[in-house]
Design a protein. Structure first.
Length: 317
């Protein structure tokens, strides 16, 4: 198949656009879409610190690389990569090593924080005691709080997330299926700054997951291919498979879901607020109630540890 823009052979097909692009035109297309999202989500950035969530996977690696490419030469802009070590055996060490290699190549400052020293405990430790729900539920909450705390501590004006088009479409569908309009309204990218929360942006919002992967490979961006051992229990998996099926049958479904959210946002903003953001009475971080979800999960995990303590070590003879 030939590229639609030149005589070169096509490297990828894009059913939602009805297009086939060669390597050069494809990478240019990704870069153009990311630049448009930066201009749309952050129309006028005056300068300052930008934090980038960096897991070491393809999405965050591409997000950091293109953030550096977009802002790196601007005077008065500091970019800080932030990685969270949740304590997941056989997984996180490799991704952190890749993250460190990427930040070294880009010359970007890198901060690493552990959830067990950041007020919580490791995901593996909690998962071994909490039998209800998937580990992704509490792991995601602790990770987001850690990212926000570090971004705030370094004085960041923005927190860049590596959410791609598939990720955001899944989140929209999940919130619609659960009739959770509050989370639908709060999901990234953020338009307004809230007390204690660093606004999150998603420059890969219009780039599908497989295109992020291909871009990373073509650009030689280092990333880790590993999958979290707890991922198979995530509630998101059913929505991921649903999006795949819908997109295969009706190309453009992912973009339509994002447009649906954009259409609903003005209507949601006109509603009376259900609850004003407040400070958690335990940790002081932003919360929608008296106690934030991160502290609620921590207390559940601590209670589980007290109820089911570690068995004693065998006596050495």
């Amino acid at each position: 198949m030939q590229c639609d823009a030149c005589p070169e052979p096509a490297a990828i097909d894009m059913p939602y656009r009805g297009a086939h692009l060669c390597t050069s035109h494809f990478t240019r297309s990704v870069w153009d879409r990311v630049r448009r999202e930066w201009r749309r989500q952050v129309p006028a950035f005056p300068g300052g610190t930008i934090a980038v969530a960096l897991s070491g996977g393809k999405d965050s690696a591409v997000a950091l690389t293109l953030t550096q490419r977009y802002f790196g030469r601007r005077a008065g802009v500091r970019i800080v990569a932030v990685s969270v070590d949740e304590g997941i055996e056989g997984y996180r060490a490799a991704t952190l090593a890749t993250a460190q290699e990427l930040t070294r190549q880009l010359g970007v400052e890198h901060r690493i924080v552990r959830t067990d020293t950041d007020g919580g405990m490791t995901t593996d430790a909690a998962a071994s005691r909490l039998s209800t729900g998937a580990p992704c539920s509490f792991c995601g909450v602790w990770r987001r709080q850690s990212l926000n705390r570090v971004a705030r501590d370094v004085g960041a004006e923005l927190l860049v997330l590596g959410f791609n088009l598939d990720d955001l479409a899944q989140t929209v569908l999940m919130n619609l299926a659960r009739a959770d309009v509050d989370r639908l309204q709060r999901m990234a990218p953020h338009r307004e700054k809230q007390p204690g929360l660093v606004p999150r942006v998603a420059p890969l919002a219009m780039v599908p997951e497989r295109e992020v992967y291909l871009f990373a490979r073509l650009e030689g961006i280092p990333f880790d291919h590993g999958e979290c051992p707890h991922a198979g229990r995530a509630a998101r998996n059913i929505y991921r498979e649903t999006i795949w099926r819908l997109e295969a049958a009706v190309p453009g479904t992912r973009q339509a879901l994002l447009r649906t959210r954009e259409t609903l946002l003005p209507l949601l903003a006109a509603r009376p607020p259900t609850s004003a953001p407040q400070a958690c009475r335990v940790c002081g971080e932003p919360a929608s109630g008296a106690v934030c979800r991160a502290c609620t999960f921590r207390e559940l995990a601590r209670t589980a540890f007290l109820t089911h303590p570690e068995p004693p070590l065998p006596e050495v003879v």
